[in-house]
Design a protein around this ligand. Structure first.
Ligand code: ADP
Ligand code: ASP
Ligand code: MG
Length: 411
């Protein structure tokens, strides 16, 4: 008998019909004799609707109160799913994050799980009940409701699987696995049978929202067997694995990730003296703004241009800070661009192959796509380009690195 944690995302519980279908599926697993813990998201669109409501009252809602509100989305679906199971004579019980006691820190809207009390869950499983837990939420030491950041139900699923030492954590969603790139953007994208934790971590952090990054971190750290599957179609899905050996046989690049979440800021004509990077980025970091990519160019006249990217939500804040810095250090001007996109190629195979970056640049050059910034690490190369070329770039790279489904190759 296995213990399985199954997480169903927003579209999979997006209507009463789908919740009934999920109940049928859970029932089938139960009948095989497995112990099941189910984690559900809010119905699709619900979290956005709740956030919009809050924004109608306040531009910047107090994070504690926002968490009280957005956590209600998941409270609805756990109850509905428990009802649908009980109706089918499957004993079931639902719990919110705080009822389980999923203890988190107090960083409202992006809290981290610190500890999970598994006693209540284990007692229910022992009594033959399916346990349905609200994703995305927890409670801090003071009893305040917290949430784990967008997509956080994935992390609830993996964390519960780790705490319960489950045999597998299954992430059910609206695609049948992890693809070489977002299948909604590139129709030739291929499902991967396996991907390493390391690669999945890069894909998630570079923009593939199929798994929340913290879920992948957690799974890697506690060695939780993790699989992404389609909620309503049979199939093996994609296994996230520690095993790098086998994926070495695979192509150099495992996947392509992208995001439109960043904006670029440039400060020009900065006197080129030691400590200049610190003078520019120190105040940005003091304002609690995270910087992603950084480029510094030196001009002939002993001045330098300095460009960096931040999350688009932080763009205006960062611009204000930078204007102030520019005045202080006597820089010529500050400019910015929010219409950029970051495209990244990811693969552990890069470690053993040279020339991957230049192959990427060649493919983009052939499409006349200008590269504005570049950053690399051991298993990824990222470039910033104009946002309007994003889809073209992803498709071109998908073909150049021979990731297209065989039927489409050479088209
Ligand atoms: P859920 O609501 O089930 O959590 P999400 O919308 O968060 O679902 O994640 C699933 C979506 O992730 C897919 O519909 C797909 O468009 C997107 N996605 C992005 N990159 C990938 C990828 N490499 N493989 C599969 N899906 C991806
Ligand atoms: N409902 C939350 C969100 O939309 C959490 C999740 O779906 O994972 O972000
Ligand atoms: Mg998700």
């Amino acid at each position: 008998m296995a213990l399985i944690v199954q997480k169903f995302g927003g579209t999979s519980v997006g209507s009463i019909e789908r919740i009934e279908q999920v109940a049928e599926k859970v029932k089938r697993f139960r009948e095989r004799g497995d112990d099941i813990v189910v984690v559900v998201s809010a119905m699709s669109g619900e979290t956005n609707r709740l956030i919009d409501l809050a924004k109608q009252v306040s531009d910047q809602p107090v994070p504690r109160e926002l968490d009280v509100m957005v956590s209600t989305g998941e409270q609805v679906t756990i109850a509905l799913l428990a009802m649908a199971l009980i109706k089918r004579d499957v004993p079931a019980v639902s719990y919110t994050g705080s009822q389980v006691r999923i203890l988190t820190d107090s960083a409202h809207t992006k809290a981290r799980i610190l500890q999970i009390d598994d006693q209540r869950l284990r007692a229910d499983l022992k009594a033959g009940r399916v346990v349905v837990v609200a994703g995305f939420q927890g409670v801090d030491e003071q009893g305040n409701i917290t949430t784990l950041g967008r997509g956080g139900s994935d992390t609830t699923g993996v964390a519960l699987a780790a705490a319960l030492k489950a045999d597998e954590c299954q992430i059910y969603t609206d695609v049948d696995g992890v693809y070489t790139t977002d299948p909604r953007v590139v129709s030739q994208a291929r499902r991967l049978t396996k991907i390493t934790f390391e690669e999945m971590l890069e894909m998630a952090s570079l923009g593939s929202k199929v798994l929340q990054i913290r879920a992948v971190e957690f799974a890697g750290k506690y060695n939780v067997p993790l699989r992404v599957l389609h909620s309503f179609q049979e199939g093996p899905g994609t296994l996230i694995t520690l095993d790098e050996e086998e994926s070495m046989e695979q192509p150099i690049i495992s996947g392509i990730a992208f995001n439109r979440d960043e904006a670029k800021l440039t400060i020009r004509g900065v006197p080129d003296t030691p400590g200049v990077a610190f003078k520019i980025l120190g105040p940005i970091s003091a304002a609690n703004i995270e910087v992603d990519m950084i480029v510094q160019n030196v001009a002939n006249d002993n001045t330098t241009d300095f460009t960096f990217t931040v999350h688009r939500n932080d763009y205006l804040g960062a611009q204000q800070v930078l204007e102030r810095t520019a005045q202080e250090i006597g820089a010529r001007e500050v400019s910015g661009d929010t219409k950029i996109a970051k495209v990244s190629i990811v693969g552990v195979g890069m470690r053993s192959h040279a020339g991957v970056a230049s192959r990427m640049f060649e493919a983009l050059a052939k499409e006349s796509i200008n590269i504005q910034m570049i950053s690399t690490s051991e298993i990824k190369v990222s470039v910033v380009i104009e946002e309007k070329y994003l889809e073209l770039a992803v498709r071109a790279l998908h073909t150049a690195f021979e990731l297209d489904t065989p039927a489409h190759q050479g088209e």
